[in-house]
Design a protein around this ligand. Structure first.
Ligand code: ZN
Ligand code: ZN
Ligand code: FE
Length: 762
């Protein structure tokens, strides 16, 4: 039968984006059937190609649905359609894969269990009832189980499991929701969980999951293998268990993340607004920072001295089965000893977590690449990443212009790396603080893994100016690559420009703890004019010494002495201040001498250090157990509605130097007057907002720049971020803050890559 009709046409559609391994072809297949269209769909090296024929009207409907109804994991970046000649297909089919396909394809991130699978999980009639590895084309592991491309079962850690006849039939049927779901499995043929004690003896249990839940209820600590690595779990309502977990993990103060089964349960202890609920229930299932409720049954040890809890919903069937056993919340913190990468391998976990966990709930589906939980928070009307990892990686940031293949190595703390390909930048999952060999190994492994699965062979390597960072050393060893070092704060600002697809010049406020400066000092309170390929330092905080260098970061009281010395000179000895009494004459003399003789006291313009110093002066803490802790606690204390400010001042030299002395002197006066710390903190924040807004106005007049870009770890402070956005907008500035990558050093690799791209272009 040959159809000849004016109205019978054919079109060829090329679809680009994340369209492979996400159920896209079955979706197209079902859509074609819905509209009675003929033709075929195939994966190609650049995405998916569809040949479609039928009536003009039906094809139009098909194309409209294609863009708006695509599967949840798919992300279409472009659909190019063109007329084709009618070939008179008899049916619509999914063409079999060709060898060269999927070369520059985009791999989907790992995603949480979908609604359909969740229903099956708790349906006693379903053959996968209570099966902890249930998944389908729309959900389940991806990035963490893939070893090479194309994304097919033999290239994943599911290769060890041969599908049973029933699973295979689902996998082969284009009309089934498990068509080509690579991790498809059932209790007969798939991975299993088992429970062990810490001596590696198997615990005989008919239902290991129920047994594990019972142990948690008794107050034991469990290591639980999840999607991107192990968690350490404890009952969040049990103070005793949480304290034990803290001391065994040597994580003295950092807040611990929790998991609850649904938003209603979370509302028992934290505030969940509509936007927060959207984030909690999103496919990515990040940890969301939520304001604590005053009265709650969560152990105080979960997040001491913090206004927020970090909470996530379950994202694997295994988590659901555990939490269904009736916990308000479980602490689910990453399964590592302090500062090491999380364990992903069973043997490794038994070895490294034996001193922490009482029991191990493990399974036999390997994790090839670890991926920590992501952390987000709503601030100033947008979602802000604190850590971008599981659920989001390896989804690319789409760039304004194509760039050459570049590897950017990131900084030292909260390291991530970035690989670019055409108009896409792939930021890696959270790697960690590059301060030990284990993390460095993970860094190298991640680079190799990403190069392989994204098929990117970098020609250029970008890295931080700091000569001692392990990431810098790695970059310098890459003999075959062109090397482009990038200044830390330049990279911060360009990273934010890249995600908003803007080019310079802009005013960049780069506010953070530490970055290697152009003059060899430690920068961190920088106002820059920024272009993608260069920057100019327009203003910065006046330099003060960091007595003891790295020790001054761990012990903010040293910074306090330095700022007091800067503000009061010899009068420091006569100051009536509780902090100075606590420090004592002997230690004070040593520090002042170090400063006077310039002994191991590098200069810094860091705003992070000023936060630390002020926190110590007002008596919040003299030592920190993690970077930014003092600053965070200062923020948490602030009462919110204040308008009073401290005096502030800058001098031109030739860049403006913002003096810290008047601010510090104001803080000291308030302490002596007995003003509450919460008021002082609020006043300090308000001062910074006012100061930077005013400075930006001055620079706008001088340099004719109206766009302000905010980046650097200090912007994790939501009072400062929202205050500054508001103040700058009130002055009619165009303001840009991070929304796709973290403002801290976890986002810096993106900026490094874009600076390098701009340098090779010019
Ligand atoms: Zn599913
Ligand atoms: Zn099966
Ligand atoms: Fe930084």
């Amino acid at each position: 039968m040959r159809i000849v009709s004016e109205d019978y046409i054919a079109r060829r559609l090329q679809v680009k984006g994340i369209v492979q391994g996400v159920g896209f072809r079955p979706f197209v297949y079902q859509l074609a059937h819905k509209y009675g269209l003929k033709g075929e769909v195939a994966n190609t090296s650049s995405g998916v190609t569809i040949h479609i024929e039928g009536s003009r009207e039906q094809i139009e409907c098909f194309e409209a649905d294609l863009a708006t109804r695509c599967p949840p994991l798919a992300q279409i970046t472009a659909v190019n359609g063109c007329p084709e000649s009618v070939r008179n297909y008899l049916d619509f089919t999914i063409a079999s894969s060709r060898g060269e396909e999927a070369v520059s394809t985009l791999i989907a991130p790992d995603v949480s269990i979908c609604g359909d699978c969740l229903r099956e999980l708790f349906d006693p009639e379903d053959r996968r009832y209570h099966y902890p590895f249930i998944n389908c084309t729309n959900c389940g592991p991806r990035y963490t189980i893939i070893d090479d491309i194309p994304y097919d079962r033999p290239q994943t850690s599911m290769k060890h499991f041969k599908m049973c006849a029933q699973c295979q039939a689902e996998y082969d049927d284009p009309a089934d929701r498990r068509f080509h779901a690579q991790p498809n499995a059932c209790a007969l043929c798939g991975p299993r969980v088992s429970l062990y004690d810490k001596d590696r003896k198997k615990v005989a249990a008919h239902d290991p999951l129920a047994h594990a839940a019972a142990l948690l209820k008794q107050g034991f600590i469990l290591a639980i293998k999840g999607l991107g690595g192990f968690h350490l779990a404890a009952d969040a309502g049990n103070s005793d268990a949480v304290s034990r977990l803290r001391s065994r993990k040597q994580r003295e103060e950092k807040p611990l993340a929790m998991m609850s089964v649904d938003p209603a349960r979370i509302r028992q202890y934290a505030r969940v607004g509509p936007e927060e609920e959207k984030l909690l229930t999103s496919l990515q299932r990040p940890i969301v920072l939520l304001e604590k409720k005053k009265t709650n049954t969560i152990a105080a040890e979960v997040a001491p001295r913090n206004r927020y809890f970090g909470v996530m919903l379950p994202y694997t069937p295994l988590h659901y089965l555990l939490l269904e056993c009736g916990f308000t919340a479980l602490v689910m913190t990453s399964g590592n000893r302090s500062e090491e990468p999380i364990a992903i391998d069973n043997d490794d976990a038994f070895e490294r977590l034996a001193d922490i966990a009482d029991y191990f709930l493990i399974h036999n589906r390997d994790i090839y690449l670890r991926s920590d939980d992501s952390i987000v928070r709503r601030t100033a009307g947008a979602t802000r990443f604190i850590r971008r990892s599981r659920g989001y990686v390896p989804r690319p940031v789409f760039l304004r212009n194509p760039v050459p293949p570049i590897l950017a190595c990131g900084a030292e703390l909260k390291n991530t790396v970035c690989l670019t390909q055409e108009d896409r930048a792939f930021l890696s999952q959270h790697i960690g603080d590059l301060e030990n060999l284990a993390t460095y190994e993970f860094f190298r492994l991640t680079i190799a893994h990403m190069e392989r699965i994204l098929a990117i062979a970098p020609e250029i390597v970008a890295y931080d100016w700091h000569p001692d960072y392990l990431s810098t050393k790695y970059a310098e060893e890459q003999d075959a690559l062109e090397k482009i070092p990038v200044q830390h704060h330049h990279a911060h600002i360009v990273s934010c420009m890249a995600e908003h697809q803007i080019e310079g010049p802009v005013i960049g406020l780069a506010l953070d703890g530490t970055g290697y400066g152009a003059d060899g000092t430690v920068w961190g309170g920088e106002v820059l004019a920024v272009w993608p390929d260069r920057f100019e330092r327009l203003a910065h905080f006046a330099h003060v010494p960091m007595p003891g260098s790295a020790a001054a970061i761990k012990e903010p009281w040293r910074m306090a002495v330095s700022y007091l010395n800067d503000a009061f000179g010899d009068q420091v000895w006569n100051l009536d201040l509780p902090l100075l009494e606590k420090i004592g004459e002997r230690k004070l003399r040593i520090i002042l001498e170090m400063i006077a003789k310039e002994l191991n006291s590098p200069l810094t313009s860091s705003l992070g250090r000023l936060f630390d110093g002020v926190a110590a002066i007002v008596g919040i803490r003299q030592r920190v157990s993690f970077e930014g802790q003092a600053a965070m606690e200062l923020e948490m204390l602030a009462d919110e509605a204040g308008v009073a400010v401290y005096d502030y001042e800058w001098v031109a030299d030739p860049a403006y130097q913002i003096l810290t002395a008047p601010i510090v002197a104001g803080v000291v006066r308030d302490i002596q007057k007995g003003i509450p710390t919460s008021t002082i903190s609020c006043k300090f924040h308000t001062t910074l907002v006012r100061l930077f807004a005013e400075l930006c106005e001055l620079l706008r007049r001088k340099h004719r720049l109206n766009r302000v870009v905010l980046s650097g770890g200090v912007f994790q402070n939501s009072l400062l971020l929202s205050g500054l956005i508001q103040a700058l907008k009130a002055k009619n500035f165009e303001v840009f803050a991070h929304q796709q990558v973290p403002c801290n050093d976890g986002g810096i690799a993106l900026g490094q890559a874009l600076v390098a791209a701009a340098r090779v272009r010019t």
